[in-house]
Design a protein around this ligand. Structure first.
Ligand code: AMP
Ligand code: GLY
Length: 429
């Protein structure tokens, strides 16, 4: 069959690479793709938000399965649009994608389903929100462990973690009055700040059966030691020893299963990737947020380890017959993915810098360089985004996988290239 992957990041390169390995797959198309997907698949110059054109393309090229990478087209109803035309697609409907698209929807669902999460309140009036904060924390100097979140999608930036009352009031002002995240700030969630370590637990579900993937850990802050501004994720590794087998079963039973059931009860059955962003606290795992897609960069080390035919699994999920797929098979070796970024990221960054050394890195054993923000210019691979590459390696231990990933990183260069040096150290410490 022919497969279409929607998106242009490292996650989509990993998906295309893995799907292309399937004996069932004849051709993989990626819309719009990057310089990496151009090698392993066929790039299609169509924007992700032009559903009629994407549908027309899928029809014309006999695409039997479409796989959606990012959240925006899911929140905009790409799955509903494809299904309405009788096309098979893997991902949640617009109604189900609200789990990521609305923090209020997500928190209310978690509360109704009795899934552990931070205590919270919802506000639509900033004055009322500020009044609440001042009344509850009358002492300006005291510690105020609160998190302020814009309800809607804000490219991962709509969450402000605070420890002082003035920070909370400023966050409310920015989100709800200044509307720095636009309409996403029409409603606010104010919740208690949780302390602990974060982990990502993803599952593939058809709405009835859940296949839980091994736990992973992302690195969101830009700089070593988790300092600096938040990014889309500077690296990830899998499995994360922080979540052992017992805890993973607990998360499946007390987080994922009740969520899938609650979505069904709401009339929005969830099919696709259910990604729980968790804080492992002293009281156990609590949900920070849900995403409705593969994580980027978590997808890269996950798929590096997957031995089962991904096309078969996603097709089964899209057809509601995941119960007939046996468990997934994983490479026992851990994988580490180091993101190489452009100078200036996550702020403004330059584009168009030629990347050297990709072939040297690709020649190393157990290494795969996934492209994210890359493009082809006159036959040259150049930078075109903030997160440029996801250099991923397998190893007999996390330490060995880390060493191999950084050996590959050293082969690659362009002016201003940088990365975190401590990806996966949390697992080692
Ligand atoms: P979210 O988009 O909800 O995952 O939030 C982004 C990041 O903000 C998370 O990865 C956490 O690092 C942090 N965060 C969100 N909610 C909380 C919370 N209740 N307590 C502490 N940190 C949080
Ligand atoms: N790695 C975080 C995310 O995909 O949202």
């Amino acid at each position: 069959m022919n497969v279409l992957v929607i998106g242009n990041g490292g996650r989509e390169h990993a998906l295309a690479w893995k799907l292309a390995q399937s004996p069932r797959v004849k051709r993989v198309y990626v819309a719009p793709g990057n310089a990496g997907t151009a090698v392993e698949a066929v790039n299609v110059h169509l924007p992700l938000d032009d559903f009629p054109k994407l549908i027309q393309f899928a029809r014309a090229q006999d695409v039997a399965l479409t796989v959606v990478g990012p959240e925006a087209p899911l929140a905009d109803g790409i799955v509903d649009a494809f299904r309405a035309e009788g096309l098979r697609i893997f991902g949640p409907t617009k109604a189900a994608a609200r789990l990521e698209g609305s923090k209020v929807f997500c928190k209310d669902l978690l509360r109704d389903a009795d899934v552990p999460t931070a205590d919270y309140l919802v506000f639509s009036d900033p004055d009322e929100a500020c009044r609440y904060v001042r009344e509850r924390y009358p002492d300006q100097e005291q510690e105020v462990p609160l998190v302020v979140k814009a309800d809607g999608l804000a490219a991962g930036k709509g969450v402000i973690v605070c420890s002082r009352r003035e920070e909370v009031l400023e966050a409310i002002d920015q989100i709800a009055r200044q509307r720095v995240f636009g309409e996403a700030g029409r409603e606010l969630v104010i919740e208690e700040r949780l302390d602990g370590h974060e982990a990502s637990v993803l599952a593939i579900t058809d709405g009835r059966t859940i296949v839980t993937l091994p736990p992973a850990q992302d690195h969101k802050p830009a700089y070593d030691g988790d300092r600096g501004p938040n990014t889309g994720g500077m690296g990830a590794y899998c499995p994360a020893p922080l979540v052992g087998e017992t805890m993973l079963s607990w998360i499946e039973a007390h987080v994922l299963v009740p969520t899938v059931h609650a979505m069904k009860r709401k009339g929005a059955p969830f099919q696709g990737v259910l990604y729980a962003g968790l804080m492992i606290t002293r009281q156990g795992p609590k949900v920070l947020e849900y995403n409705v897609r593969f994580g980027d960069p978590e997808c890269q080390p996950l798929l590096m380890r997957l031995k089962t035919d991904l096309a078969e699994v996603l097709e089964a999920a899209a057809e509601c017959r995941l119960d007939r797929i046996g468990g997934l098979e994983w490479d026992p070796r851990p994988a580490v993915c180091v993101v190489m970024a452009s100078e200036g990221y996550p702020g403004k960054y330059a584009k168009g810098r030629p990347i050297r050394g990709l072939d040297d890195a690709a020649g190393l054993p157990d290494v795969k360089v996934f492209h994210a923000g890359t493009a082809l210019a006159d036959g040259q691979v150049v930078t075109s985004g903030g997160r440029v590459l996801g250099v991923t390696a397998l190893g007999d231990s996390i330490a060995a996988a880390k060493r191999q990933a950084y050996t590959a990183v050293k082969c690659i260069r362009w002016p201003g290239a940088w990365c975190r040096k401590d990806i996966s150290d949390k697992a080692l410490g």
